[in-house]
Design a protein around this ligand. Structure first.
Ligand code: PRX
Length: 660
């Protein structure tokens, strides 16, 4: 991976193609600058106008921003709307009823197309079905679903009746699921019998059963099961219901529940540096506005586009750029059930060719692994496919290294497609810093400049602006409509995590480091400044993994650090002290495997440490603090140059260096 110094010196510049600039929604830097200036000069007026033009309000708002309880900001608070109405009914009124909303491709390549009318009817039946179970506005519903039309419909159906959904990624374990059901106080779980990925059937309903079996899910009344495979599952009578039974005979219309703009549309759990994952709470009005605007600005969406975001609905990218954004702007989008490597690593290119995809949005990890695959097997190299339908590429979730950027640009975009390297977070609701495809000259490895109205800055620990060229912490100085509203059930943690007193209590702390280019002011993200890891674009807390490890009865102590990885960006390296003698050789291998599987059960397979090293102890200061800084150096296999004289037990470093 590229280090920061190399990134800072990156000087290649790629201008947006003329043909793109001509027809772009934001065309040229002058227009971009004018929009930024408009936001600067009348911040509330800027957002109010956009909110009136883009969102269909049931009751118009009169107040734009309420800062009286900052950092608990409220946007458009006296306005009323329904997000599902904006995504579906509006398209029926706009003449899009017969337009394809979703092109669904299953793992085995079967394609199903769903029009806006059909999606509307499906969502309404689903919503009526949920209502028949007594689910109502304000209730929480956990969605544990495969990538499917039904998964998107489940989210939309909740939005339609004002229920707050919390989607849990299908790769999370029963324990993670149980914790989220309890924390959210969910009344129902919507799931499927199984999911199909890469030709394999994987259980979902059985994991839900296991989660509920762990106890504590006292608020839960029902489990609604979508029959995906017809695989054998256990059914608890009275509690479990088939989705097809729940929606049978339900009307294909459903009067939307009009909610206040601040009504929580969803809670999405994400990792922080301490404690359990936190439930990031998002609003309805402000969130929808930003989902729409970023579809228009960043993706320059046009009526004829075929948009494809490869994320899973279990992550925020799948919320904003699958379940809500594309539908709210009336786009045609692809929803894909499978994995990029099945039946072979040409799957993405094959699907772009087949569906004439025009906008393709994926993660750097996927690109890096497909580069490797294409190098190993020229038959599935993107140059073997007709990718001429593409006009725009996007990247999300982690830093994209310049080599991967160049490969993507040349081999997938054929040097004719801008790349939107979109920096954002679960908490931000949508893109924050990204090139605009018809305006911003691109530099590989830089997410370039903030979107209009987004007041990002690089500051020091006391909140003072740093000069361009100097690395510091990334903040957002003004609230924006799609921002996180609170952490579900933990307002205090919200304030402390994101609006710390040291920064004045009103500045949003992103948790990433950043540096601006001395000449252009372009932002480059330098990585997390807290104990959060990013493995294949999946966000995880080191503490979470450590807690999972020490929950194992044989583990005395554990420290987890990130290590740069060619493909996954970062990988997890765990240093473990057992309650018994330090294992070596085959025994060490065996125990490491057991611990890896243990973490997969505790959190999910994505949290499995790639490497586990056993020691008699961990490097600690005399006051007992684990020196993670040193562990990071050891994990990288580098020489320790830091002063280790304050260590209680410096000899341990040699042991950990050699340990495998
Ligand atoms: O560290 C940044 C990294 O991903 C983190 C947010 O992760 P999550 O909440 O899971 O959301 C991912 C999808 C938006 C950030 O704090 N990150 C995300 N996008 C980029 C990035 N790092 C560098 N460049 C990006 N484009």
């Amino acid at each position: 991976m590229s280090d920061i110094e190399t990134l800072k010196q990156e000087s290649r510049i790629f201008n947006p193609p003329e043909s793109f600039v001509k027809n772009a929604a934001i065309s040229g830097m002058e227009q971009y600058k004018a929009m930024c200036a408009a936001a600067e000069s009348d911040y509330e007026g800027f957002w109010a106008q956009l909110a009136r033009e883009n969102v269909q309000w049931h009751k118009p708002f009169t107040k734009t921003l309420n800062e009286s309880e900052a950092p608990f900001y409220k946007w458009f608070e006296d306005g009323q709307l329904n997000v599902s109405y904006n995504c579906l009914d509006r398209n029926l009124q706009n003449g899009n009823a017969g337009k394809t909303a979703i092109i669904f491709e299953s793992d085995d390549g079967k394609v199903t197309k769903v029009t806006y009318q059909e999606l509307h009817d499906k969502v309404c039946q689903f919503a009526n079905g949920l209502k028949s179970l007594g689910i109502k506005k304000g209730d929480r519903v956990v969605i544990y679903m495969p990538m499917s039309v039904e998964g998107v419909a489940a989210m939309q159906a909740c939005a339609r009746i004002g229920a707050t959904h919390s989607v849990v990624f299908g790769g999370f374990s029963a324990k993670s699921l149980q914790e989220r059901i309890i924390d959210a106080g969910a009344v129902a779980v919507i799931t499927a019998d199984e999911q199909v990925r890469g030709g394999k059937h994987l259980p979902l309903k059985a994991i839900v059963d296991e989660a509920i079996g762990m106890g504590g899910c006292d608020t839960l009344r029902n489990v609604v099961v979508y029959k995906r495979t017809g695989g054998n599952i256990n059914f608890v009578s009275g509690r479990d219901l088939w989705l097809h039974d729940v929606i049978a005979n339900q009307a294909a219309t459903c009067e939307p529940e009009w909610v206040e703009a601040e009504h929580p549309l969803f809670i999405l759990y994400t990792s922080g540096s301490t404690g359990k994952p936190k439930g990031v709470q998002h609003s309805s009005g402000g969130y929808l506005l930003w989902a729409m605007l970023t579809m228009k600005w960043t993706f320059d969406i046009k009526p004829t586009d075929v948009f494809w975001c490869t994320a899973d609905i279990g992550w925020v990218t799948g919320h904003t750029y699958i379940a809500y954004g594309p539908l709210a702007v009336g786009a045609t989008q692809i929803v894909f059930e499978g994995v990029p490597t099945f039946p072979n690593a040409g799957r993405f290119w094959d699907m772009i060719q087949k569906h004439k995809t025009t906008i393709f949005y994926t993660a750097p990890t996927a690109i890096r692994s497909l580069i490797k695959a294409a190098e190993a097997d020229p038959a599935i190299h993107p140059n073997k496919y007709d990718l001429s339908s593409l006009r725009l590429l996007g990247s999300v979730g982690e830093p994209i290294n310049p080599e991967a950027w160049m490969w993507y640009y040349k081999n997938v975009g054929r040097e004719n497609c801008p790349i939107a390297d979109t920096f954002w977070q679960t908490e931000t609701g949508g893109h924050m810093i990204t090139p605009l495809p018809g305006a911003t000259p691109m530099v590989p490895g830089s997410c370039t400049l903030p979107l209009p109205g987004i007041m990002t800055a690089v500051v020091d620990e006391t909140g003072h602006d740093l000069p361009w060229g100097q690395g510091g912490i990334l903040v957002v100085k003004r609230p924006w409509p799609a921002m996180i509203r609170t952490i579900w059930g933990d307002a205090d943690r919200f304030r402390k995590s994101y609006f710390p007193e040291e920064l004045g209590g009103k500045t949003y702390l992103a948790g990433d480091g950043a540096v601006r280019n001395e000449k252009t002011g372009y932002f480059t993200i330098t990585g997390r400044i807290d104990d959060v890891l990013n493995v294949s674009g999946h966000r995880m807390g080191t503490m979470e993994i450590e807690s999972a490890l020490v929950a194992n009865p044989i583990v005395a102590e554990a420290a987890v650090v990130g290590k740069p990885d060619e493909t996954t960006g970062e990988s997890i390296c765990a240093f473990v002290v057992l309650k018994r003698a330090r294992p070596t050789g085959d025994e060490a291998k065996q125990i490491a495997k057991e611990l890896r599987d243990w973490v997969a059960k505790e959190i999910g397979p994505i949290a499995k440490p790639k490497e586990i090293r056993f020691g008699d102890n961990l490097p600690k200061t005399r006051s007992g603090k684990i020196m993670r800084r040193l562990l990071r150096v050891i994990a990288k296999g580098e020489q320790i140059t830091q002063d280790v004289s304050t260590l209680e037990n410096p000899a341990i470093l040699e042991q950990l260096k050699l340990a495998q």
